[in-house]
Design a protein around this ligand. Structure first.
Ligand SMILES: Nc1ncnc2c1ncn2[C@@H]1O[C@H](COP(=O)(O)OP(=O)(O)OC[C@H]2O[C@@H]([n+]3cccc(C(=O)O)c3)[C@H](O)[C@@H]2O)[C@@H](O)[C@H]1O
Ligand SMILES: Nc1ncnc2c1ncn2[C@@H]1O[C@H](COP(=O)(O)OP(=O)(O)OP(=O)(O)O)[C@@H](O)[C@H]1O
Ligand SMILES: NC(=O)CC[C@H](N)C(=O)O
Length: 686
């Protein structure tokens, strides 16, 4: 099944390129394969009802990891095979691919294996490569290593199935679901077998484990799973043994977890009583996209060919066609973490990146002054507090930050007062330059009706003001040997919401170009709350945060309503959501609408970032999401690239990406939006 924007399957996570997986653990009955197989069937049945496509169980889970020499008992080994046959038969009507641990004989040796079973078939058995035989472990006494075993088969209860460390299990009907299996210690070595599996195309790495618990070991496991999923650009599904394992000398905590490209998707509670599992939806499309982008992944695959080519075992998953929801962490604001500690750390880094970008440019050019237009809005405020810190760091007086507030036809008393208060409180050199006379002259000279007082407030009327401000700033920069500091943020650059060339699009250096609008308010709040300047500056910053975002280019209407940016180009909350997923993941409109609906439709669900007032916590339904996605598609793909192709320098800030044509995003200035428009049209209304 290829994720396509099929309107009838829009709400179906499998059609959208996700795979629901479960990492399971259950009390084991030592040396009783039938009892343990029954416990697996019980969980597998629940998993199937939950839409799970892959369920991973612990190492040697059919017999218990801690049975030591009992592993070599003939009765145990024969019964294990029967239990596997029973398990395979019981799986016939179940959705998930099952990965279970069992000891198996082949070619005169015993192997600690992961057996992969699906819909009545044993698809294959993978032996453990690295058997720990140090400290508390004695595996070499009972089992042989699977290292180098390739191209072989194994007999299980009369059935002959592929056997070796050269196996990948690939769904024929779910794009990019390719499974590799390794066993516990295999993850602890410098080059885990799953590395080769991933380079050969596996996107999902399973690890049935039996890892005795000692203080701190759980953290090590999480570290290893996250790191392996990160360097393999894969999902890692880890399930450790728990209750029932022998406590003769050790204890067991049943840790299970699901990781994806370094992220923790789900972890269950440790030391559970009874069966327990973690379930999460793996984003196969994201993993495939990450690999496409990170071209060193495939280079690494070529540089390190596997000892033997991997065999691909095909199977048909036949996932349900249904709305199963979406079970994975999903930020409403991909640029603004909902975890307060993470947000604080992101703000620290973003601010430090902006400051260091400007410090280097001033140092390299031996420039001792900047000029900047201060509107009292968010962007110029942020640029000014970045400049102030950069000047402090360079030991330059803040009085050499030359700030102008430049009222135009729609400047409100409130924003102008905020602009003045901020400039004064920061101790920069503040001045006012009324652009209206020049603007009136220009409008008259170009025969614009507004030049003779007619209320024609079109784009030209707006751009005359934005253009004149920029013109003044550049000439002031010449006059004072200064740099013009840009203020336009990443979201405006994405949407082309600036006046080209002779306008706020241009500057000598733009400290905000890597910062999305949804993050800027948090950066300003972080500076205010952290008292990075004086309490007075903090109060002014809070006042600025409370003002509606408006370009203030068109006079307020008769009802006093100010020109609202978001009413025109869409809520920045949604546009930044789309921007992140387009830029970082290359997702199309159908995928983004699916994610946005899960992130945004219910304001009561999930966490909000700190600092967003309860009455501002609104939701968006699919129809609204579709509408604003349409605006994004037209402006981003269809219109604004010519502005980005000529944008000034400025530092990349977010891992989401930058839009510099020299940095992160290159695209033709004469492209079109047809492809995305067509996909958008296939998104259902609800
Ligand atoms: N692909 C392409 N290659 C080369 N040139 C291209 C082009 N597509 C259009 N153009 C030309 O570009 C011009 C249109 O671009 P441009 O002059 O920028 O004007 P435009 O993008 O039409 O308008 C600027 C908008 O940004 C808003 N704005 C301005 C300033 C600040 C803020 C803010 O809130 O921060 C918002 C303003 O309210 C206005 O609605 C046209 O003359 C068109 O012919
Ligand atoms: N009244 C003004 N006085 C001085 N500069 C201004 C004024 N209005 C706009 N500017 C300059 O033009 C930039 C773009 O202005 P605009 O208000 O249209 O959009 P913005 O991106 O929302 O910026 P801000 O949040 O700083 O207002 C501002 O950041 C500022 O540098
Ligand atoms: N069963 C195993 O392979 C366990 C080994 C692993 N090093 C651990 O401590 O968890």
């Amino acid at each position: 099944m290829t994720p396509v924007p099929d309107p009838t399957r829009f709400h179906d996570l499998y059609a959208q390129g996700f795979l629901r997986v479960a990492a399971c653990t259950a009390p084991v009955v030592l040396a009783d394969p039938h009892a343990n197989a029954r416990a697996v069937i019980e969980q597998a049945t629940e998993c199937a009802a939950d839409g799970v496509g892959l369920a991973v169980f612990p190492e040697l889970g059919l017999v218990g990891y801690t049975i030591s020499d009992l592993l070599l008992q003939q009765s145990l080994l024969d019964t294990t095979e029967q239990a596997l046959a029973d398990l395979a038969a019981a799986s016939a009507s179940l959705l998930p691919v099952l990965v279970v641990g069992a000891p198996l004989r082949q070619g005169g040796a015993l192997y600690n294996c992961a057996v992969v079973i699906h819909r009545g078939r044993i698809l294959g058995a993978v032996p453990k490569s690295y058997r720990p035989n140090y400290r508390e472990f004695y595996e070499a006494r009972t089992s042989a290593s699977g290292i180098g075993l390739a191209g072989q088969t194994i007999a299980i209860a009369g059935d002959t199935v592929p056997f070796g460390t050269d196996l990948l299990f690939a769904a024929t009907d779910l794009r990019d679901f390719v499974l590799h299996v390794e066993i516990c210690e295999d993850l602890w070595v410098a080059q885990p077998p799953s590395g080769a599996g991933a380079l050969a195309g596996a996107t999902v790495l399973a690890n049935p484990s039996a890892s005795p618990i000692t203080i701190g070991r759980a953290d090590t496991r999480t570290l290893l799973c996250r790191a392996q999923s990160s360097r393999c650009l894969a999902a890692y599904v880890y399930a450790a043994a728990g209750e029932g394992e022998s406590t003769t000398d050790l204890a067991w905590d049943g840790q299970v977890g699901i990781y994806e490209a370094g992220d923790i998707l789900a972890e269950s509670g440790r030391f559970p009583t009874g069966p327990s599992r973690a379930t999460a939806d793996i984003d196969l499309m994201r993993l495939a996209q990450e690999r496409l982008r990170m071209t060193t992944f495939i280079e690494n695959a070529r540089a390190t060919p596997p000892a033997a080519p991997f065999r691909r075992i095909g199977f048909t998953l036949d996932p349900p066609i249904a709305d199963l929801g979406l079970r994975r962490p999903l930020e409403r604001f991909p640029f603004v973490p909902s975890d307060p500690a993470r947000l604080a750390s992101d703000c620290y880094e973003a601010y430090a990146i902006q400051v260091s970008g400007l410090v280097q440019r001033l140092r390299a050019t031996a420039t001792k002054r900047v000029v900047i237009g201060i509107s009292g809005g968010l962007d110029s405020t942020q640029a000014l507090i970045v400049a102030a810190r950069a000047f402090d760091r360079l030991g330059l007086p803040r009085s050499d930050i030359l700030a102008w507030t430049m009222p135009g036809f729609a400047t409100s008393g409130e924003t102008k007062a905020n602009a003045w208060a901020l400039m004064d409180a920061l101790g920069v050199r503040a001045a006012e330059l009324d652009i209206r006379p020049s603007a009136e002259l220009m409008l008259r000279m170009i025969d614009h009706p507004a030049g003779s007082g007619a209320p024609v407030y079109d784009t030209t009327f707006e751009n005359v003001q934005a253009g004149l401000r920029t013109d003044y700033l550049f000439r002031l920069a010449n006059h004072h040997q200064a740099l013009v500091l840009g203020t336009g943020d990443l979201s405006e650059i994405a949407l082309g919401w600036s006046t080209y060339g002779v306008g706020d699009h241009m500057s000598h250096y733009n400290v905000n170009s890597g910062v999305p609008k949804t993050l800027i308010q948090h950066l300003i709040r972080w500076v205010a709350e952290g008292d990075l300047y004086s309490p007075e500056v903090g109060d002014i910053l809070r006042r600025i945060l409370a003002t509606e975002i408006s370009p203030e280019l068109v006079p307020a209407g008769a009802d006093g309503a100010v020109q609202s940016t978001e009413a025109k180009i869409g809520p920045y909350a949604l546009q930044d959501f789309t921007l992140f997923h387009v830029l970082r993941h290359g997702f199309g409109p159908a995928r983004i609408a699916f994610l946005a609906e899960h992130a945004w439709s219910d304001p009561a669900a999930g966490r909000w970032p700190q600092g967003i007032a309860p009455d501002a916590r609104r939701g968006y339904d699919l129809a609204e999401i579709r509408h604003w996605l349409g605006v994004f598609v037209e402006r981003y793909f269809g219109f604004s690239q010519f502005k980005r192709s000529a944008m000034p320098n400025g530092p990349k800030v977010s891992h989401g990406g930058s839009l510099s044509p020299r940095g992160d995003w290159r695209a033709p200035s004469d492209g079109n939006a047809a492809l995305w428009r067509a996909e958008l049209a296939a998104i259902p209304e609800s």
